[in-house]
Ligand binder design. Sequence first.
Ligand code: SF4
Length: 576
Amino acid sequence: MHIQIAKTAGFCMGVRRAVDMAIDAANKSKGPICTYGPLIHNPQVLDILEEKGIPILKGIPEKGEGTIIIRAHGIPPCQQKKLQDAGFTVMDATCPRVIRVQTIIRKHTESGHHVIIAGDADHPEVVGLLGYAGSTGHVISSMEELAALPVFEKAIIVAQTTQNTRFYEGISTWVTKERSHYKVFNTICDSTEKRQNETMALAKEVDLVIVVGGKESGNTQRLAEVAMEAGTSSLHIESAEEIPKDILKDKKRIGITAGASTPNWILRQVVSTIESQAMTDSPMQAWIKKIQSFLLSSNIYLAMGAAALSYAASMMQGFNHEFRYSLIAATYILSMQIFNTLTGIPSDRYNNPERAKLYETHRPFFFILAGFAGITGLATAFEAGILPFAMLFFMTLAGILYTAPLLPRSLSRSHIRSLKDIPGSKTILIAIAWGVLCVILPTSAIRGSLDTATLASFLFVAALVFVRTAFFDIMALQGDRIVGKETLPILLGEEKSRRLLILLLTAVFTGTFLCIHLSIFPAQAFLLALPPFLLIWMLCGEISGRIPADTRLAFHIESLLILSGILAAMIKISVI
Ligand code: SF4
């Protein structure tokens, strides 16, 4: 079965901004926080906000305290004033595109225009817009209602941002003919338009379109209608549990899209449920998928990547590798990653539900595996000599200290209690740890000295691992934010993080050739420029939506580490 995910599926800019503002406020501020009305139309997100201590305030009390967040749809100005007068600190999460419509209305109302709003009179956004127009505001939802309005001397027409594009085009044409003195503003959000157009195109290519999103969400309902208009069956669900068991039977191509208020992790849960229910895979394909998924979730595949990178680093420096150093790298990474995954189950429930389930169900097994891997690594290092053992022992200690609270809660004034709470620290420290483990440790133990090639190999490994970790953090952004993790993409923002990663990979790619040119690396090491190049390609594909951020992409990213080892082995064979 082929699953095609719409590039435009999921949070739009305005919804993402509102949810981020609310979750950041809950993670950082101390006083009470609530939202005025539901922040967005998605019950699962509203449940999470409730769990994080952000209830919904339905009316305006006479007296209030703390922060009140205004939803992405905006509210009438008189209500905002009432909230301030009641004593709330107002945090305005109104979408900037809705603010633009409010500004147009305010400006034209002041200059005596009537305001005609094309939209649904009960929709919160329209209620808010009407508040800016006052007594000169009129809402219409059909051409008949527009034609029935009196002829105004001065009037403007605006649309609810999620309005149907074709309906609004009809209005513009009618106004040009019948009320040419009216001003028409195109205030439909292009995010809505792109989403509808893509759903239409998707529906023509698949057997079934699954639309994920709140049942109350107007833009999500419209996506299901658009799929039906294209003649394809569609299913509107709020969560993965609603997928009927036999609906995927005989379906070869499934299209998945989601409304503007659907978070990525719900979309991911739906994709993962469909993948596991898929009936058309051959038994062989199903087995391959299961093995892939287990290798990824258990971190065994990542540990294999560490072993491969350790081997590649020796080759780059031109000395013979010893297998035990790959074993040390693999066992250390396996042990630390399993412990990290066990402590990260709360965010995995959103980002990677399959992995969270696996670790919750087999918690004792993973504890034993992590302990066994850790002891094996230390024993191998001990056998290799006092220096490798001391280095690995220090790194194990550092790994434990990284997550352990350094200050008791009563003495810590900020939310930073351990090294892992320092924003962005995880990505940097993991990269350094891999560099030490795969480059410094084997080089100092086997060769006994470090040189320029060691530094260049260290930078190659650390940069590759830095990008890999940050790439996964970008994919897990929403779940991490919910549980209050301070990853690099949360600190820098998604766009800046992606730019940084591309810049870093470009430096690694060109740096590899520079090192060959300066005879720091052997000439055949040009092959090792392939993994950073492929990673740039995957990153660009994910940004453009060409490559979905799913389990397959995660598997391909981890495969690049193993590919480095394979390429190093090929170079070694060619040299011999
Ligand atoms: S659909 Fe457009 S206008 Fe509405 S919240 Fe999203 S970005 Fe803003």
